[in-house]
Every structure is written in structure tokens, then in C-alpha cells.
Design a protein around this ligand. Structure first.
Ligand code: PDD
Length: 276
């Protein structure tokens, strides 16, 4: 496997990570996951822009130009002959003796490599179970930070309970999933949490909202309560790697008849056309 290491493409065996990298010690960095369809990175511009935005928010200056990052990702895809799959991309503040404050002169480390292909066609087809949990994350969920402790804790909890995702609730309102955005369909209106500091503004979310606007489907970017969620006509999650996955049961309560709904099917179809 070939790995992007700053501006170089190296063999994985040639890559070493310093134990004093602040990403390793503090989670001091940001990341992206980009999907590849037929050898082409989908919404690469949006992902790279979000990476720069996240980096700016934590005052990390990416030393490589945006254009170059995009070109390097394209090269990485080609050199690994990725046809369908995804690319993981992260930038950390760099290496320095361990202390909380940092010197602005340390050199950030950009790493990217292909993730193993994960087949989500079954979950997309059949739908999944979810649990709800309190959203105990910090208040800057808009930053795609490497700090994912609560996200992984609650995802693990979901999996141990036989569920696929944990839907987070802050002050009784649905924010998002542990690694996805959540959409709720009720009476022909699609609800999702507004893009503020309580959620990560997913690229899949953005693309779908654009599509819903084009199709003149009714959208309300507003939080909904747990009761509303459980009484929904349809619920689905979205993310780069999952695309659109129906949620058919939440906390052992069936959503509608417990089967993927027709709206979700239409949205899955529309998304497939988008990536073609
Ligand atoms: N996660 N919200 C959270 C908390 C996420 O971690 C993700 C994605 C999303 C969806 O964003 P997007 O549509 O841009 O993928 C929303 C990635 C895929 C991950 O951590 O693997």
C-alpha cells in the first residue's frame, strides 16, 4: 500500500510515526474520509475545503496548498489503483516534546491512505437498528477533530447491543449519529439538525439537501425530539462510507412498519445517480 506522507508518496513500510506526534498524544489534528467511485474521488473539493476549515478552527496551518493536496490525493488513488473504496486523510499539528501548549513553528504532518473496502450494500438494502444516547461530546462538533472518544464509546455500545448506530440527543433533541447525520421523514417533510456547532456538517448531508431543494421536497433544518423520532414515518442516516442507510428500529421501537420506507428508497436512488 502507498501512503501519502506530507508531499511524498511512500510505501507503508517506509512510514514511521513519531511517538511525540501531537496527534498521537493529544488527538491534536483533524481528518476527512473521501469516497472513491470508479477511481474518482467524490466531492474531493468539499472534503479538502472542510479539512482546511477544521484546521483553521484549531489554528493549524496546513503547509501545503489546497490544489496540491487535491492533486496528491488523486495520485494516491492512482498509485494504489483504488477503484471503489475510500481514502482516509488526517493532519496533525506535528512532533514536539509533550506539553499542552504548542509552538507555532512545529511542522504539521499530513497522512493519507486507502481504507479497506467495506461493503454496505446489505445494510442499505435491509436497514439497521439504532439506539439513542445522550450527546456528551464537546460543543465544537462542527470541527472534524481526531478526538473521537465519545463517538467510539457510544458506537461500541450500539454494536454491543446489536445496533448499527447510536443516535445522539442533546437536551432531548436529536443532533446526529456517532459517525453520521440523521434525517427524519414525517408527513412528507424531511427534518435534520441545522448545521451549527452541535453537528458535523456532513458532505453527504450537504449534497442531499441540495438535491432535495432541486426536487422541491419539503425540508426543515430543525432539531426534533426523541418522541418525534420514534413516531417518524422514516428515519435514515448518511455518511461518506454509508451513503444513505434506512433506520428501521430505534431503542427496540419499530419505525413505522419496521421496513425501509419509500422516501428513503427514492433518496438512495437519487444518491446513486449523483455518484455515477
Ligand atoms: N464520519 N457526523 C459525524 C460525527 C461523522 O463522523 C460523520 C462522518 C458524519 C457524516 O459526514 P460525511 O457525510 O461528510 O461523511 C456526520 C466519517 C465517515 C468517519 O469518521 O469515518
Amino acid at each position: 500500500m502507498k501512503v501519502l506522507f506530507n508531499s511524498e508518496i511512500l510505501e507503508k513500510s517506509e512510514v514511521t510515526i513519531d511517538m511525540e506526534d501531537r496527534g498521537y498524544q493529544f488527538g491534536d489534528g483533524v481528518y476527512e474520509v473521501v469516497n472513491v467511485y470508479n477511481g474518482i474521488a467524490f466531492t474531493l473539493v468539499e472534503h479538502v475545503d472542510r479539512l482546511y476549515r477544521s484546521a483553521e478552527e484549531i489554528r493549524l496551518n496546513i503547509p501545503i496548498e489546497r490544489e496540491e493536496v487535491k492533486q496528491l490525493i488523486v495520485r494516491l488513488i492512482n498509485e494504489n489503483s483504488v477503484k471503489n473504496g475510500s481514502i482516509y486523510l488526517q493532519i496533525t499539528r506535528g512532533v514536539a516534546p509533550r506539553k499542552h501548549q504548542y509552538d507555532s513553528k512545529i511542522k504539521p504532518l499530513l497522512i493519507a491512505y486507502p481504507l479497506p473496502f467495506s461493503d454496505v450494500s446489505d445494510v442499505q438494502q435491509q436497514g439497521v437498528k439504532a439506539i439513542t444516547a445522550e450527546d456528551l461530546r464537546w460543543l465544537r462538533c462542527d470541527i472534524k477533530s481526531l478526538n473521537l472518544l465519545y463517538n467510539i464509546m457510544i458506537k461500541q455500545e450500539a454494536h454491543e447491543q446489536g445496533a448499527y448506530e447510536a443516535i445522539l440527543l442533546r437536551d432531548g433533541q436529536v443532533t446526529e449519529g456517532s459517525s453520521s447525520n440523521i434525517f427524519i421523514v414525517k408527513d412528507d417533510t424531511i427534518y435534520t439538525h441545522p448545521a451549527n456547532n452541535y453537528i458535523l456538517n456532513g458532505i453527504t448531508r450537504i449534497k442531499l439537501l441540495q438535491l432535495f431543494h432541486q426536487k422541491e421536497w419539503k425540508i426543515k433544518e430543525q432539531p426534533v425530539s426523541k418522541q418525534f423520532l420514534l413516531n417518524a414515518d422514516e428515519v435514515f442516516l448518511t455518511s461518506t462510507t454509508n451513503e444513505v442507510v434506512p433506520i428501521t428500529m430505534i431503542d427496540e421501537v419499530k419505525i413505522n412498519d419496521g421496513k425501509p420506507g419509500s422516501f428513503t428508497r427514492k433518496i438512495q436512488q437519487a444518491f446513486t445517480e449523483l455518484v455515477k
